[in-house]
Design a protein around this ligand. Structure first.
Ligand SMILES: N[C@@H](CCC(=O)N[C@@H](CS)C(=O)NCC(=O)O)C(=O)O
Length: 470
């Protein structure tokens, strides 16, 4: 038996894994899945990965997909040192935070920029997509002004994952040296490392596939450019759930605090995990009544200006998935919610990344247009294509629940709780047919009977109030 990686060169997430494999000097069998020929939909591959994405790893029969979950697993299992994914608790947490930033903000800024060209006959990357990319670059520049690498003062898997995305963006949009000097220096430092060579074939293939499409001289119609603005991409939560501007003094009485907004699904998942862990937390609710989500005091805590933000005695952490991992590892009396066993942990991580990169954007893309149009939050307000996207994800979830009562392993974990906050919000305005999704409905009902679901109910009420007061 051996380790096999299903990959396609042009896919940046597959290249992140290839680079980590090269950095770890692992021997891995490479199995090419030609996405151009839709080989990812072959039944045999779908059995391994119902979300039909590359990369997918098969480690002697243990299957894990999602590049970020894969690279974490590979370093933990096969790394001779922990350098790329440090075991030191706070360092590891910073890497986790950055991996979730990569999957939910940086990679989508690339994917959404190239999609109109690959699939909608656009002949240029729309300006608003370039703005999204620039917003991501600004974040990266900010992170790099704190540490030499993205999550630490040395190279980690967070850098390698971001590298595959940024190097692909560079094919059509250069990183400006004057605006982002630290990012440019980081890029050239990483490109000089030996493992970078395995990125090159994919960059070439992407260039060959993408650049000729830009050369056609058809003008894109206004209708084609109906994508979200950069601010939507990066800050769904702050826009809708904005923070009041008032002179704030962050004075606390307990050592662990959570800055939250009840209507935010991401914040609610953290609150539910805290409830299960039953330890004292000081909740600091942000006020919705004014729109200054960029109040300096919060930007200092979280340059990505999202809630929730955890403050554990001065250790500041944002990004809900990174927070819940941290909370269970640090405060959990058992590892039930976030298993320590490597393969179980990889499965939970896989689902958390799915949550961050697929489910959360699904909710965001459905809800933001309704919110902007000041329309009522109901199924009829959701465009048909969004409903189709939701349905195909519900089908995937039904597949995940095929052999287990819970999403990641055969018991409740943080993966279920994070998915719950998003799915119950989607379910608020879209019915999940019990005929089509029997297992998903069972799962939802099972979680609804848990004591922590009360938090979800309170939050959903606030969420719907927001729409009714528009
Ligand atoms: N979050 C996933 C994203 C993987 C992904 O979206 N891969 C794309 C290629 S860039 C893919 O396989 N697309 C084929 C499909 O969705 O059918 C990861 O990091 O692995």
């Amino acid at each position: 038996m051996a380790i096999s990686l299903y990959y396609f060169e042009s896919a940046p997430p597959a290249r992140s894994v290839l680079m980590v494999i090269a950095a770890l000097k692992l021997k891995v069998d490479l199995i090419r899945i030609n996405l151009s020929n839709k080989e990812q939909f072959a039944e045999e591959f779908l059995q391994r990965n119902p979300t039909h994405t590359v990369p997918t790893l098969d480690d002697n029969g243990f299957i894990v997909w999602d590049s970020h979950a894969i690279v974490q697993y590979l370093v933990d299992k096969y790394g001779r040192t922990d350098e790329l994914y440090p075991k030191s608790f706070e360092e590891r947490t910073r890497v986790n935070q950055m991996l979730f930033f990569e999957t939910s903000i940086l990679f989508p800024s690339l994917a959404r920029a190239v999609r109109p060209v690959f699939y909608d006959n656009a002949t240029a990357v729309p300006d608003n997509k370039i703005k999204n990319i620039e917003a991501s670059f600004e974040f990266l520049e900010t992170f790099l002004s704190v540490t030499n690498y993205l999550a630490s003062n040395h190279l980690t898997i967070a850098d390698i994952c971001a590298l595959s995305t940024v190097s692909t963006i560079q094919i059509f949009h250069q990183v400006n040296n004057v605006k982002y000097p630290k990012l440019v220096a980081w890029l050239s430092k990483l490109k000089s490392l030996e493992f970078y060579n395995v990125n090159l074939d994919g960059i070439q293939m992407f260039t060959d596939m993408f650049m000729p499409l830009l050369k056609k001289c058809i003008k894109i119609s206004r209708e084609t450019i109906t994508f979200s603005s950069p601010i939507h991409l990066v800050s769904f939560i702050p826009i809708i759930f904005s923070i009041i501007e008032r002179p704030k003094k962050l004075s606390y009485t307990m050592s662990v605090k959570l800055h939250y907004i009840e209507a935010s699904p991401a914040a609610r998942s953290v609150m539910m995990v805290m409830k299960v862990l039953q330890f004292p937390v000081e909740y600091m609710e942000l006020d919705l009544s004014t729109k200054d989500q960029f109040a300096q005091i919060f930007l200092q805590l979280n340059p990505a200006h999202t809630v929730p933000i955890l403050d554990d005695d001065g250790f500041i952490l944002w990004e809900s998935h990174a927070i819940v991992k941290y909370l269970v590892d640090k405060f959990g009396k058992t590892d039930q919610l976030y298993p320590k066993a490597l393969q179980e942990r990889a499965k939970v991580d896989q689902m958390l990344f799915y949550n961050a990169s697929v489910l959360f954007p699904l909710l965001r893309d459905a809800v933001i247009p309704i919110f902007n149009a000041k329309a009522p939050l109901q199924s009829s307000s959701v465009p048909e294509d969004q409903k189709r996207n939701i349905d195909s994800c519900l089908e995937e979830l039904e597949q995940f629940l095929r052999t287990s009562d819970f999403l990641a392993v055969n018991r409740l974990t943080i993966a279920d709780i994070c998915a719950l906050s998003i799915l119950s919000t989607i379910n608020y305005f879209k019915e999940f047919s019990s005929c089509n999704y029997p297992k998903l409905n069972k799962w939802l009902n099972r979680l609804r009977s848990e004591h922590f679901y009360r938090i979800e109910l309170d939050g959903l009420r606030k969420f719907s109030d927001m729409f009714s007061t528009l």
